[in-house]
Design a binder for this molecule. Structure first.
Ligand code: FDA
Length: 299
């Protein structure tokens, strides 16, 4: 992560929640499944497919994990009933990974089974490095149980990612490749912007040889151009709701499959902070305001 971004990460929690809510609104479909359904329909009408995310992570009680799982079952039912061109993305901490691994596993197994009966794919998002092993282990267990409608995410920022690609190769996995949003120690992750980019390109090459499908998840123009020069046999581009929408439309016009990540739900705060941290315009505004405040200037 760039030095500048680290400074923004530090000050973001001091920004009032109301302000976060307002400025992060374009990144979130809304609070209800109906909001997500409306946004997915709009995307589908523009030739763009979606992956629906029920917001919620780091739950502290089993009932919260169960509520998130229920919301996902409802989302699957809506996707099927309305024939939406969409799948779902889940976060294992939202399913209780850090609370009770057995509960998490059984909730995820039930969801993947429900999705399979409806012909819908489930992507397991990758969270911070403390969850990488558990996430890949659960993915392997699901595949060993015969579930093929499930895929994982790998992060170019992590030093271990090329090894993980090699270890997963026997599964011919469906992988979303992203840079990785979590702040990690330098012992585990590349922290320099150009090194992360270079590792993304290496990982993409390795996945081209081993993965059954690669989701190229980035808004970085340089990486999009690099990917277009040597696309994997089966691929799609992925972007986040509210980011680089014109570029997304252009990729669709050029004939590429483009999937947009559509988060919805009441637990919008942490996701919003991550998006604001990555918005170059927002990062500058927030950092300047905070430095001004520290220096006692009124802004
Ligand atoms: P980068 O951050 O350099 O952005 C490139 C350009 O895109 C910026 O210069 C700016 O123009 C624009 N941009 C990016 N973010 C913006 C924002 N919020 N607002 C306005 N403009 C913005 N991470 C993870 O750790 N685990 C995961 O499971 C996922 N899943 C995931 C799914 C999908 C579909 C996407 C697109 C991304 C993720 N990520 C993720 C996030 C990912 O790791 C990464 O943090 C972001 O995609 C930002 O990295 P870029 O590659 O876009 O480059």
């Amino acid at each position: 992560m760039r030095l500048f971004d680290r400074a923004v990460v530090r000050v973001l929690p001091a920004v009032p929640r109301g302000v976060v809510r307002r400025v992060a609104a374009p990144y979130i479909a809304g609070e209800t499944l109906e909001d997500a359904r409306r946004v997915v329909k709009q995307l589908n009408a523009a030739g763009i497919c979606a992956t629906v995310d029920v917001l919620g992570e780091d739950v502290s009680r089993p009932e919260e994990a169960e509520a998130i799982a229920r919301a996902y079952h409802d989302a699957l039912a809506a996707i099927e009933a309305e024939r939406l061109d969409a799948n779902v993305s889940i976060k294992l901490t939202g399913f209780g990974l850090e609370l009770d691994k057995a509960l998490c596993r059984s909730l995820v197994e039930a969801l993947v089974e429900d999705a399979a009966t409806r012909g819908i794919f489930v992507r397991i998002d990758m969270e911070d490095s403390s969850t990488t092993d558990d996430t890949l282990d659960l993915y392997r267990a699901l595949r060993a149980a015969g579930r093929d409608n499930v895929g994982v995410v790998l992060q170019a920022a992590l030093r271990r990612t090329l090894d993980d690609i090699a270890t997963l190769a026997d599964l011919r996995p469906s992988v979303r490749l992203c840079k990785g949003i979590y702040v990690e120690p330098a012992s585990l992750a590349f922290t320099d912007y150009e090194t992360v980019r270079a590792n993304y390109v290496k990982a993409l090459r390795a996945l081209t040889a081993t993965a059954s499908h690669v989701a190229i998840a980035t808004h970085d123009e340089w990486l999009i151009e690099q990917s277009l020069r040597a696309l994997p046999p089966s691929y799609e581009f992925q972007m986040l709701l509210g980011v680089r929408e014109e570029r997304a439309t252009q990729l669709v016009r050029e004939g590429h499959t483009l999937r947009v990540y559509v988060p919805f739900g009441e637990h919008w705060y942490r996701y919003s902070l991550r998006r604001l941290q990555e918005n170059p315009a927002m990062a500058g505004t927030i950092a300047r305001a905070s430095v001004g405040r520290l220096l006692g200037r009124s802004q």
